[in-house]
Design a protein around this ligand. Structure first.
Ligand code: 9G3
Length: 570
């Protein structure tokens, strides 16, 4: 491609709203342009990279035995009413009407459509298992689209769905897809971890894994054991309490409960500063609202409540800290002095680390007073003891008991779920088994954020000058920089090399613009093609300069050797 013709303009500066490096670089290097918040055009360079990503995904999906289909984005609202999800999703679900005022949604995902489709196409166990996939634009009206392609409102997803006759069949489909994901992300040169994850609103009985691209700007925290291969999203990571720890049982010889005056001391920090109390000696009592209920959660002063785990325990999607009024109403005192002793709230969830405390300090249920020598099980009931807290960095791994937990930030680029029969039952996707009995199909669903992956690759592959594309994804393989279009010898060498490489099927971009050398070098570093070949003064002596983008390594090469040297790269 001649750069003089290419629809490409690089920018010196990124717009202010672009905070993440990948967002800045993709805009400045002319890969994408924003049409509206969270909605992007892919310019030619961006489209070429996106297509390479799609093709890697497509190759590995096909290799795994999945069959490619393409479903509509416009979905009748009836399907979402049948699956009882129409009301579950609020403004994030794009809704519209057709000319007859019939209600539709723009697909954020396709469980409803694909389950109905396969349910209609298959009725015998002989035709199962089947896995279908599509590479298609999804619509999710994010409240705060940000970071460019990392969180858009219209984005490219590969979504796959497996249909089996039994749970062991689903296991087979799930791990086949899991392994295909491993190959895809490895081929894209991504640093990633597969972590145990929460299934969230999608539901399904069998758990799930997320594939996380490691990146400092990642929105998810993953927990990785330093010794074994345990890795989990922090939302899901088990803590010591997962074993349902029990009370220490030494209540017998504990000193009696003692109320003491703590005027204005409302927070853990104040208890620590003013009274020299250590956070792990404190019983933190938090009042929540969720599923129409007010309830309390007790965690140790040095731990954080895990709201996903708590929400799952009380059967609510979302939970939130109760406001001042609700706390006063439920506990009779402001939150800084709430404690478990004498608390009349119905449900008190006790994290196992609290249940195991010999004794602790807590609010006294009276303004400006706390209790010391609070003995769990003696001074308050241990009705619900469980794992209700976030794992803490550095604590011992619950899986191997040897390693300690390390925290990393990650970008979720893939998510695989065991769905079970949640959708097949609701939407009537059943088959006749070998005895002629009707059974619901057992499903799994599997997503990869392809456009998000493009940004994640840039997050992991850039330097101060610009993008450093892995060879498998670069928009072109070779970038020829013709330094002077007025120098006949340079032009001859550049054109000959360009033609030769095209003959060999090596994707080449020829910078034939009337620009100063400095501009060509700057743009080449910004665009990030893995190998640049400078055709300058040395061409007269039959030499060119290779510049390797990743290492910024430079090498003078005889023109006669140029093509064979390039072949060594690709
Ligand atoms: C919605 C809206 C947003 C959503 C969903 C539904 C996420 C929704 C979860 C999934 C699960 C898997 C198949 C591919 C892999 C992911 N955000 N999810 O169901 F209506 Cl507005 O999409 N689906």
């Amino acid at each position: 491609m001649r750069q003089n013709k290419l629809l490409l303009s690089t920018l010196r500066e990124a717009p202010a709203e672009a905070e993440t490096r990948s967002h800045q670089l993709l805009l400045r290097a002319g890969y994408i342009r924003q049409l509206a918040a969270g909605i992007y055009t892919y310019l030619p360079l961006g489209r070429r990279v996106l297509r390479k990503l799609e093709n890697i995904v497509r190759e590995e999906m096909d290799r795994s035995g999945a069959q490619e289909i393409l479903m509509p984005s416009m979905q009748p609202a009836e399907l979402w009413k049948e699956s009882e999800r129409y009301e579950v999703y609020g403004k994030e679900l794009m809704r519209l009407q057709d000319r007859h005022e019939r209600e539709f949604v723009l697909g954020p995902t396709h469980e409803e459509v694909v389950t109905t489709l396969v349910g209609n196409e298959i009725s015998s166990y002989r035709k199962l298992p089947v896995t279908v996939y599509q590479i298609q634009t999804k619509f999710r009206d994010e409240r705060r689209p940000r970071s460019g392609l990392l969180r858009g409102r219209e984005f490219l997803m590969k979504d796959a769905y497996s249909f089996d006759t039994g749970w062991d069949g689903l296991d087979q489909s799930y791990w086949t897809m899991f392994n295909a994901y491993h190959r895809i992300f490895s081929r894209c040169g991504l640093q990633f971890r597969a972590v145990h994850a929460d299934s969230g609103a999608i539901g399904g009985e069998g758990g799930s894994h997320e594939f996380m691209a490691l990146a400092d700007i990642g929105e998810d925290t993953i927990v990785v054991c330093s010794a074994c291969d345990y890795a989990a999203n922090l939302e899901q990571a088990e803590t010591a309490g997962a074993g349902g720890g029990s009370a220490s049982g030494v209540a017998g010889n504990m000193p009696p409960l003692e109320k003491f005056h703590t005027p204005g001391i409302r927070t853990i920090g104040q208890l620590e500063q003013e009274l020299g109390v250590k956070p792990e000696q404190i019983i933190k009592t938090l009042i929540y609202r969720g599923n129409g209920k007010i309830f309390a959660v007790l965690v140790r002063g040095d731990h954080e409540v895990n709201e996903i785990k708590v929400g799952k325990h009380i059967g609510a999607g979302e939970i939130a800290l109760a406001d001042y009024q609700s706390v006063m109403q439920a506990a009779g005192v402001e939150s800084g002095f709430v404690g478990p002793v004498g608390l009349t709230i119905q449900d008190v969830l006790v994290d196992a680390s609290v249940a195991e405390m010999a004794n602790g300090i807590s609010g006294a249920g009276e303004t400006d007073y706390h209790f010391r020598n609070v003995v769990p099980g003696r001074d308050f009931a241990l009705t619900y003891v469980g794992d209700f807290r976030n794992a803490a960095e550095g604590e011992t791994c619950t899986h191997c008991g040897e390693g300690h937990l390390e925290f990393h930030l990650g970008i979720e680029i893939g998510h695989v779920f065991k769905l079970g029969t949640k959708y097949s039952e609701k939407l009537g996707a059943s088959y006749l088994d070998s005895t002629g009995r009707s059974q619901p199909m057992i499903m799994g669903c599997y997503g990869i954020g392809i456009s998000r992956m493009l940004a994640a690759v840039v997050e992991q592959n850039h330097d101060e000058q610009g993008i450093q594309w892995p060879a498998a994804l670069a928009p072109y393989q070779v970038h020829i920089l013709l330094i002077s279009g007025k120098d006949k010898e340079q032009v001859a060498v550049a054109e000959a090399l360009y033609e030769q490489l095209k003959q060999l099927g090596i994707e080449t971009l020829l910078d034939d613009r009337e620009e100063r050398p400095g501009v060509k070098f700057k743009d080449s570093s910004l665009i990030g093609i893995p190998l640049a070949i400078v055709v300058g003064k040395a061409a007269a002596e039959g030499r060119v300069e290779f510049i390797e983008r990743k290492t910024n390594g430079k090498e003078i090469v005889e023109i006669a050797q140029a093509v064979s040297r390039i072949r060594e790269y690709y």
